[in-house]
Design a binder for this molecule. Structure first.
Ligand SMILES: [Zn+2]
Length: 139
């Protein structure tokens, strides 16, 4: 899977705003964020989707997401956090490496779109700062 962009991010071949890493899971800020703190949690071992992911990796991703969502709550004080996980091109899965979106909604922000949104690069410095805050808040 040498062409997989997420595998390249895990290896450090493509830079990312990492917020968390353990033996089996990796998390970083989405650079096309729906909202501030939009984070992706992925298994380190390449697997395409929920149909293919080994249970061990699924558990690792979701255990990591619980730590990260607590940090997001502590740092950003959202009114809620959507956990969105898309399987297949029919629902706009773009990168074919399993990933769980954690999408916070801040007070006063509009409703979150569910599975289709315009990709618009965010402010890289702001994303970096948010990544650093979340990373630092993970115990
Ligand atoms: Zn991959």
């Amino acid at each position: 899977m040498e062409e997989c962009i997420f595998c390249k991010i895990i290896k450090g071949e493509i830079p990312s705003f990492k917020v968390y890493e353990d033996d089996n899971a990796f998390a970083f800020e989405d650079i096309n964020p729906i909202s501030q703190g939009h984070t992706l949690v992925i298994p380190k071992r390449h697997t395409q989707d929920l149909w293919e992911i080994p249970e061990e990796d699924l558990a690792a991703v979701h255990s990591a997401s619980k730590k990260i969502i607590q940090a997001i709550k502590d740092v950003l004080n959202p009114t809620g956090v959507a956990c969105l996980q898309l399987n297949g091109r029919g629902v706009n899965q773009v990168v074919m490496h399993y990933h769980l979106h954690l999408i916070p909604r801040a007070s006063g922000e509009p409703e979150l779109p569910v599975s289709s949104w315009e990709l618009k690069q965010g402010d890289m410095e702001a994303i970096k700062q948010t990544a650093e805050k979340i990373a630092a808040a993970i115990g």
